[in-house]
Each structure stands twice: as structure tokens, then as C-alpha cells.
Design a protein. Sequence first.
Lengths: 345, 246
Amino acid sequence: MRVLGIETSCDESAVAIYDSEQGLLGHDLYSQAGMHAQYGGVVPELASRDHVRKLVPLIKQLLERTATCAAEIDGVAYTAGPGLVGALLVGASVGRSLAWSWNVPAVAVHHLEGHILAPMLEQNRPAFPFLALLVSGGHTQLIRADGVGRYRIIGDTLDDSAGEAFDKTAKLLGLSYPGGPELARLAEQGNQSRFRFPRPMTNRPGLDFSFSGLKTFAANTVREQDDDPQTRADIAHAFQQAVVETLVIKCRRALQQTGLTRLVVAGGVSANRQLRIRLRETATQLGSEVFYPGMEFCTDNGAMIAYAGWLRLKAGEQEPLAFAAKARWPLNALANNTDEQLTGC
Amino acid sequence: MKILAIETSSEACSAALLINDEIRQRYQFAPQKHAELILPMLESLLAEAQLSLNAMDALAFGRGPGAFTGVRIASGVIQGLAFGADLPVVPVSSLAALAQQLHRETGETQLLAAFDARMKELYWGAYEVDADHQLVRLVGDEVVCLPEQVPLPTAGAWHGVGSGWCAYAAALNERLAPRLSGWMGDERYPRAEEVAQLALSRFKKGLAVSAEHALPVYLRDNVVRQPQSDIAQEKREGNTAIKKPL
């Protein structure tokens, strides 16, 4: 079975073709990040306008590049939420109508399920059940995954996500949006003994996170210290170390509490090098194994949507001709499809 | 000649199937339900006529101006269908479609179509009817502007139509008084039937485009405001920068 995947939930138009026998045939992505950078964040209306210009040309280009003809596509998967509803509706409109015109089934994919399953595109794939750490600009969650569509959130952030804390602290250090990856680069030049930041919520039981206090701590440190390149690097280092340690402590705790032996790390922050090093050490100590998506599939992409869509089509799911986009869509609701919050258009 | 048309730029949602001289339509006043309704409407039209999508000569859509999201649903759906079935697309102005509707209903031949564009502005277009074909033709340009600043039409007996006339009745009457014969603001929204009708003539003139060029016309292009102003308001309208989620 061959599935076309479409992702337009935020500021990336992305497409991919997944084949159940041959794996990923190809994927393409157009990032709007440059356009939004001048506004210091994603402007939803501009994002939607760009998706409607870029999506069909991307699909056309991908089909040509992979020498796939329309008759070879057995299904179309598109991200239906959560995300920016206007942006999602572009992918849903094109995806649903394209499937209809090709006379193949369409399936609406949950964006976060795409991320959780992204490591399954790799050679070394995790088997269910596993623990997933979903860590990005929008989320910091620990999820117990017992099967396709069977997810339980066992830890969540009470305020900012880890990626948000990275971006906001990067801004304090004068780095341009989105500054998380740049902050990580700056941290490599930092002195590790100069500052020590708190590890929020690690000295009490539970699997929840809180990163807004850490951001405030960083702001105070920036204000109190001289503004020179080495100090900025030292602050970046201490901040990154605090976030990484906090994530590692909670992952260790979650693995121990659940007895799970496989850890999947996904989302934009899963590309962070320090996080990968520290999680691997911890997993080794616990006799567990860590799985990551390929670097290009940590952030938003079409491949994870094509893959998740294939799993759901294979299970016999398909969307009616009436399509929808959901700004909010609890991951917990996937199993029974009851608690959906339809936002329509 | 067979054309399948959709129009979702306003609170109304409609689809139409033109087969030579006959047009069948599905129409529903259904704010926020366009995504839910539009493909089932098309399916039922094709089923009734016992035709497949591939039997069409062209597709058409109301390309705006209008509600941004609604116009994009029309564009997205049509791009998907046109790319999938390899069909040409005829974009049709939603203002022209409404002007054509009023002409058909009343016989008026000088028409001023206006949609409420919010933010104190309206989308505006002036149309005259071509006596040979009984189809509206744009006079000047379509614009987004304040009601006090709409372009003045030539002398004549112009008739207004559209939600903009309800929203800004006093200002428009004052500006256009000597040239205005009347207006109808309520319960008229652009429809796929007139989109199909106008598309037929444009298709014959060779004005169809390929799928990826079936794009919305927003008219309002200045959609980002500075974050110093009312942030809550902007968030509701979706034009303020937000932090990227996953």
C-alpha cells in the first residue's frame, strides 16, 4: 500500500510518500520560517496563505521526482490537528478532495501521533509498548504508548514547553527567533561550572514539568551579569543543562514507574545533542533502549504523517467526505474518537 | 459543456453542476460548516446526474474576496480536485457572482456588489451587464476600502447588493445618493450557480488555469498588525505572531 502524506499544521508545508513494502519513497518540505522570523513568531493568516500556494506544487514535484503516478497511490493522509486551524484546513481541503478525485480513501492524522511514530521510519524501530517523551516548542509530554492510537499522557508541562523555554531564553540572550537551536550551539562554548540553574519540580514526586520559572531565573541572571559573549555562552550552557537534566530525571522516573524498557524521544527538541547524550547514558544504566526519529524527522514533516496514515488506513479507518480541522484534539481521545473538539472552519 | 462549481466565501455554502444550458445547485446558509458540506454537495450533484468528476470539462470556484478561511477552502478543494482529475479551473470573482445573481433576479443592469470586510471596510466591485450575453462585467477594479471612499461609478441608476450594504448603509447612501436607485443587503450571498454561469463564458474565452494557479484573491493583503495594539483582539483574528507549537 502506498500513501501520500500531507502536513500543514503550522509553518511547514510538507509531503511524503510511504510504501508499505519499500518504506519511504520520498519527502519534500517547504519551510516558511524565514517569512515569520521578521514578526518574532508564526503569523497564522500568513501561514495559511503560504500553504495554499505551496502545497499542490510540492505534491506535483514529489510525484514527479519519485516517478509515482496517481494510480499507484492507495490513500491520502493529512494532518487534521492539533495546530493552527486555518493552516490545517488547507491540508485537509487539498488532501480530502485529492483522495476523492483519485477514488482512494483519506485518513485524518493526529499531528502528535505522527511525531510519536516517526522513529518507526528508521531501521531500528521501537516495538510497543514504549514510553515517549514528546518535546518541542508546543509540547513537553511523557506518554505511555501501548499500541497504535493507544496513548496515555502520564506527564505534562504546567506552563511553558521545553522548546518555548529554549526560544524565550534565546531571545533574552539576543538570538533571533526561533533561537533554541542557536542557544544549543552557543552553550557548547559555555563554562559548565560558572552558573547553576534550578531543576524545576524534580525534588518532588510526579512526572509533570514546569519551565516558566527557569526562564525567569535565566532573565534574572542575564540582568545581573555583564553582557559579554562568554557570559552569554555560560548562561546558555547552564540553562540547557538544567532543561536537559530535568527531562532526563523525569524520563528515568517514568521508566522506573512504568517498568517500560523502550524510550522514544520525538519533537523538535529531540534533535538536541546534549539531551541525546544524557538520555543514552541514563537508558544504558537502566538497561533500556532509546529511539529517535532521523534528524530531518524530528521537526514537522510529511513522512511521519504518511506513515501514521498508512497504519490507520491498514486498520480500516477512513474519513467521510465531510472533512474537518481541529485546533485542539486530545491525544487521549484517539482510541475511541469520542472527545473530539471540532473547530470546523 | 460540463462545469462543476463551488462557492464558500461567505456564510453560505453552495455547489453547482452546469450541463449545457441547465444548472443544478445545492445551497445552504451554514456558517463554519463549509468543510463539512462542500464535498458531499458535489458528490450528490454528480450522483444525481450520473456523471463522474472525470466527465467534467472544467471546474470553477468563487475565488473571493470574502472570508479568508472560506475562500481558502474553495481554493484548496478545487486545487485537489483539479490536480487529481487533471482538469482546468476557472476562478470567478465572488463579488461578480453576487452581482450576477441580483441581475438574474431583478433585471438590474448596473450593480454595486459590497461585502462587509470588517475593520470598517468593505470589498467592492461595480458591474454592468453585457446586453448580448446577459452576464456581468467588471467596471474599474475590485477594491477593499472604507465605505466613504468607494470609487464613484458613472452617472446612471446603480443598484447595490451584499452584506456591505447592511453594514454601511448610511455611509454608502450618502456617498452614492444621486447615482443610486436602491439596494438589497439581506439574505443574498454569492452562489455556485452564478459562479458556474460566469465560468462558462470565461472558459470559452480561454481563461482557465491549472490546479496550482487556482488561488484565492483576498484584496486585503495587509494582514499583520503591530503587536503593541490590542493583542487579545488580534489573537481572535489570527493575525498576530504566535510561538510555534510542535
